[in-house]
Write a protein that binds this ligand. Sequence first.
Ligand SMILES: NC(=O)c1ccc[n+]([C@@H]2O[C@H](COP(=O)([O-])OP(=O)(O)OC[C@H]3O[C@@H](n4cnc5c(N)ncnc54)[C@H](OP(=O)(O)O)[C@@H]3O)[C@@H](O)[C@H]2O)c1
Length: 250
Amino acid sequence: MKLCTRTILITGGSSGIGLELAGQLIAAGNTVLITGRSEQALQRAKGRFPELHIFQSDVSKAEDIRSLHEQVAAHYPKLDTLINNAGVMKIVPLQDPRTLEALTQEVDINLKGAMRMVQQFLPLLKSQSDALIVNVSSGLAFVPFAVSPVYSAAKAGMHAYTRCLRAQLLGTKIRVAELAPPLTETPLFSAEFKGKMKGEKGMPVDVLVRKALAAIEAGKCEICPGQSNILRIASRLAPGFIFRQLSKVV
Ligand SMILES: NC(=O)c1ccc[n+]([C@@H]2O[C@H](COP(=O)([O-])OP(=O)(O)OC[C@H]3O[C@@H](n4cnc5c(N)ncnc54)[C@H](OP(=O)(O)O)[C@@H]3O)[C@@H](O)[C@H]2O)c1
């Protein structure tokens, strides 16, 4: 599959991995639509890549997704690729008091957001001759990170959901891929984690995206660049050991 003349919708495309995907996919000749919550961030992204089509839309809000679908179906009926990338990651001490809503926000965005998007856009994708869904999970889908319990649970859920979606869509014209990034140099990583990671460096975001796009074009369905693959293998060979090692990082 060549990613060159497609119409591609990326959730969370105003920053980090989503923005880099958008830039590389535009450079390859695709039409790229991005979403995000912050209008300012979307405008900044458009300033960097004027060809971008931007939509303010929150994946944790069903009404936002319905309205996004209406606009996309009307103006971009050839949409053939959905990249569920929007995500947030928090350090969550489970013994601290917080509202249930705050506690489960990462599930609403990182897992239910992708489910809502697939549910809403599946009929449009089905109407194309060759469609693609890419769900962005994480290396932490394979080994949970004790300081980020809700994130880890949501990403493990994303991995399971994506496998099932792929199995159910087998034999249709929709291909399903999962991108499980390793630690990657983006604002998400810099915000809460970098200072705590004892000098640990992430993969440069342009390198990650180049590897991911090459793997999608090569037909891979589970893409685990760099340390993500080490976590995947270690989770099978020595799950207790790798969980303890990862927990020691912070
Ligand atoms: N960086 C890493 O080390 C790493 C590792 C593994 C996996 N990942 C995954 O990769 C994906 C991208 O992360 P990143 O590192 O590129 O993060 P980032 O730089 O913080 O970008 C996150 C993007 O998601 C958007 N977003 C957040 N909540 C949203 C919502 N409710 N609705 C719509 N858009 C939303 C943000 O825009 P607004 O805030 O304006 O909405 C932003 O555009 C995430 O799923 C993350 O879990 C990242």
